[in-house]
Design a binder for this molecule. Structure first.
Ligand code: ZN
Length: 194
C-alpha cells in the first residue's frame, strides 16, 4: 500500500512544481493552514498513481470532521471510499515520552526516535543524509498543550468513523513490533468471493 502523509504530499507537489504545488507553496511559506480542498485534490492525484492501486494509507489526514467529509465526498465522486479508520490509542504520558525523543528529517520527512528507532549515524538521516532536527513543539510542555487541543478533534473523528462502522482501535502503548502486528490485523480485509 502507498503511505501518504499531508506533509509528504505538499513536499512532492512543490518539488515537481505541479499546479497544486504552486498553489500550496505560498500558503506554507506564510505559515498558514492549507485549505481542505487543496489537500483533498492532492490526495486524489496521489491515489490515482500506480503504486496506490492496491490501496493506500493516509497518515495524519483527515485531522477533523470537515476534512473527513470533504475527503469522503471527493472519493465518492470517483466511486471510491475509505475502508477503515484506525485509531492508535496511546496514553498521554507515553506520547510525551515518545515525542520528546523524536527527530525529523526536514528534507525527506523521515522520523526517528533516539530510543526506539535511532538513525544509524547520530543526527543524520539514514535515507537521504540530511541533518535531522527536533521540532520546537515536541518539547514536553508544548506536547501536552498540543494533545489537549487535538483531543477534541480526534474525538469527533472517532464518532464520525464509528458511526460509519469503519473504526478499528489499536493499543499503541505496546512496542513497535506488537503495534505493527495489531495494525496489520486491523487492516486485513476478508477476501472477496467472486
Ligand atoms: Zn531524509
Amino acid at each position: 500500500m502507498a503511505h501518504i502523509t499531508s506533509g509528504g504530499l505538499f513536499r512532492e507537489n512543490i518539488r515537481r512544481q505541479t499546479e497544486l504545488g504552486r498553489k500550496v507553496q505560498p500558503i506554507l511559506d506564510r505559515g498558514l493552514l492549507v485549505p481542505d480542498e487543496l489537500t483533498v485534490s492532492m490526495v486524489l492525484d496521489r491515489i490515482a498513481q500506480p503504486d496506490a492501486r492496491q490501496g493506500f494509507v493516509l497518515d495524519g489526514f483527515p485531522r477533523n470532521v470537515d476534512q473527513a467529509r470533504a475527503l469522503d465526498e471527493a472519493l465518492a465522486r470517483e466511486g471510491k471510499s475509505i475502508d477503515k479508520a484506525i485509531y492508535i490509542k496511546v496514553s498521554t504520558d507515553e506520547l510525551v515520552r515518545r515525542l520528546a525523543g523524536r527527530w525529523n528529517c526536514p528534507q525527506c520527512g523521515a522520523v526517528y526516535h533516539e530510543l526506539s528507532m535511532p538513525p544509524k549515524k547520530s543526527s543524520v538521516c539514514d535515507s537521504c543524509g540530511s541533518a535531522l532536527h527536533q521540532r520546537e513543539d515536541d518539547r514536553p510542555d508544548v506536547v501536552r498543550t498540543r494533545l489537549e487541543v487535538n483531543l477534541k478533534e480526534t474525538k469527533s473523528l472517532l464518532e464520525y468513523y464509528g458511526a460509519d462502522g469503519k473504526l478499528a482501535e489499536v493499543n499503541g502503548d505496546m512496542d513497535v513490533k506488537q503495534v505493527k502486528e495489531k495494525l496489520l490485523a486491523a487492516m486485513s480485509r476478508p477476501q472477496k468471493v467472486s
